[in-house]
Ligand binder design. Structure first.
Ligand code: OGA
Ligand code: MN
Length: 262
């Protein structure tokens, strides 16, 4: 099982949070990113300040109704047999997730192939690299959650895009640097979210556990949730201009030993 885990997609926040602010605290969000050809729903994003909303404008966004109910049903029919072969795991050995099962998938039926093309066009337009053909599928148990982490810079490039199926959830971003700015995205089923640039490198992201699952005053009860996560490959030419950011932890950073060897 756990093929995605072997790739160490995630680097849990705790590994770098203790390191404190690093060098290169230059102008946040100064990197110009081309606008995405995506219908954004700003009401699905709450920010702790106008400043952070502006900092992540066009870099953290959510689009409701990216999939039809028919497409969702077809994707679930395709994914369920494979997911059902695995048991929900308590703790992920990278420490970032609990109550989950996951897989990676490169060969998709009609709905999955069409979705990959649409996500590529909406979230990864050039000059971004296109999404990797091996797509990560995460099945979170109603009692599961994803803890704050930054996706591994070794395996993941500038953009992460996720399609949510089944239950709604809240995705929280917390700035790696003080003053810990926050942004929350309400992920309805069939929505697409995109994290790129500063939102991907300078903020942790997490999926809140049921007990904390609120979007402002709105309670967002967490049921079983499946996400289909698209990532692009990291640049292969060093030095990377983002390497001075505190969240850009070298992959040689020490890790907690696995709690449950897979
Ligand atoms: C991850 C992750 C978020 C999601 O698996 O690295 O951040 O939408 N998942 O499931
Ligand atoms: Mn992640």
């Amino acid at each position: 099982m756990l093929r995605a885990g072997s790739r160490l997609w995630r680097r849990a926040g705790a590994h770098w949070a203790a390191a404190g602010p690093g060098p290169g605290n230059g102008a946040d969000g100064a990197r110009a990113e081309p606008e995405l050809p995506l219908r954004e729903d700003p009401s699905l994003l709450r920010a702790s300040s106008a400043e952070v909303r502006e900092r992540l404008r066009g870099l953290a966004l959510v689009s409701a109704g990216f999939l039809s109910a028919g497409e969702e049903a077809e994707l679930l029919r395709e994914l369920e047999p494979e997911l059902a072969r695995g048991r929900y795991q308590g703790e992920h050995w990278d420490g970032a997730i609990c109550g989950y099962r996951e897989t990676e998938r490169a060969r998709w039926g009609g709905a999955g192939r069409a979705l990959l093309l649409r996500v590529a066009a909406a979230a990864f337009p050039p000059p971004a690299r296109p999404p990797l053909p091996l797509v990560h599928v995460l099945d979170l148990h109603p009692g599961g959650h994803v803890r704050p982490h930054v996706d591994s810079v070794k395996f993941c490039g500038c953009t992460i895009a996720g399609v949510s199926l089944l239950s709604p959830s809240v995705l929280r971003l917390v700035s790696c640097r003080p003053p810990q700015h926050r942004v929350e995205l309400l992920l309805e089923p069939r929505s697409l979210y995109v994290l790129r640039g500063a939102a991907r490198y300078e903020f942790t992201h997490e999926i809140l556990p049921d007990a904390e699952s609120w979007f402002g005053e709105r309670r967002v009860p967490r049921g079983r949730r499946i996400s289909i996560i698209y990532r692009n490959s990291p640049p292969d030419t060093a030095p990377d201009p983002l390497s001075d950011l505190p969240a850009f932890i070298p992959d040689t950073a020490p890790q907690n030993p696995p709690r449950t060897p897979q």
